[in-house]
Design a protein around this ligand. Sequence first.
Ligand SMILES: [Zn+2]
Length: 333
Amino acid sequence: MMLFLLACGNEESSPEASSGIDETPEITATPEITSTPEATATPEPTATPEATATPEPPATPEATATPEPTATPEPESTPTPAPTATKAPTITPKPTATAVPTKKPVPKINVAPGEKYDFCIDPGHGFADPGTQGLLGKGVYERNVTLAMSLLLKEELEGRGYKVLLSHDGINQPDEDEIMKQADALGLEYDKTRFTKNKVFYAYERTIWSNVLYLDHAYDAIISLHVNYVSNPNVTGYHVYYCTQNDCSASSKLLAEKLTEALKKGYPKKTVKLIPKNYADAYQVTKYSIMPSILLEMGFASNPGEAKDLMNEEWRAEYVKAVADGLIAYKNS
Ligand SMILES: [Zn+2]
C-alpha cells in the first residue's frame, strides 16, 4: 500500500477523550447488544515488574532530532512528516549531553530501526489494565488473550513473509516520557494530559507509541485485538471497527472490509459485523492513529462458547489465519 502523508486529526476532544482512560467501553452499536460493563475484573496486581526491564544500550547520538515542520495548531489535519523509508532511527532513546538517565527503557520492539514493516499489532490492554474477564476462566483476562493472539498473529504473518511490529510485548511497560520525547522529535501531535504517567499503558499511549513506530517503520496498517463483553450471554460474533472521520478513514474502511470478508469466509456460521464509528464514538486506536487502523473484537467473553474458543489453542491458531488473510488482502489491494 501507499504511504500516507497526512496525519489524522488528533486534537479533537470527545466526551470520553478527557478521561485519559482506556478506549474500551466495550460499547457496540448493535441493537441487540445492551450494556457494557467495563471489566468486572478486579485489576489484580500486575505481574510485570519493570525490574525485568533490560537496560537500554546507549544509543546513537542525537542526529535524529531533525526539526519538524511545525504546522499551525489547527484542530485537525495537521500535516506530519512523511514516513520515508530513510527516516532516521529513533527507536532507542538517545541520551543528550545533559542526559538525565532514563528511568525505564523503551520497549524492545524487536526492530531494526528505520526498517520498513508491513503491519503493527496492538494487543488490547496489558500491564495494569486487565480488560474484561467474563467467562475466560480464573485469573485470565482480556489482556492475556489479546497478547497471546497478537503473538500468534505475528507468527502467522511472519510465516507468510511479512514483517510485523507489536505496540507492546506485555512484559516491558513502555516509558511514557520516552514516548513523548520521541513523538516530539518526530513532530507528532498528541495530548500530554492524557498520558497516565507510567501508571498504566492505556490505549492512548499505545496509540501515540504506534504512531511513533509508524513514522519510523512505515508499516501499512495497525490492528488492535480485543475481547468483547456484554451482559447478555447469548450475544456472539466478531466485530470489526474503524473510524469514519479521520484522514485515514478511506483506507481504514477498506482494511475493515477485507478483514470482515476474511472472517466471514473462515467462519460462515458466525455473525461478523463491520461497524463504522464516527469520530466522537470511535475507539482511540482507530481515531488517533495516523495510519489505517482497525479494532477487532475477537468474540465475547460473556458467551460460554466463544469464551471457550478464545481459550482454545486450535481455535486460536485457525482464527489468526483468517485475520492474516484479511490483512494481507488489504495490503495487496
Ligand atoms: Zn478491550
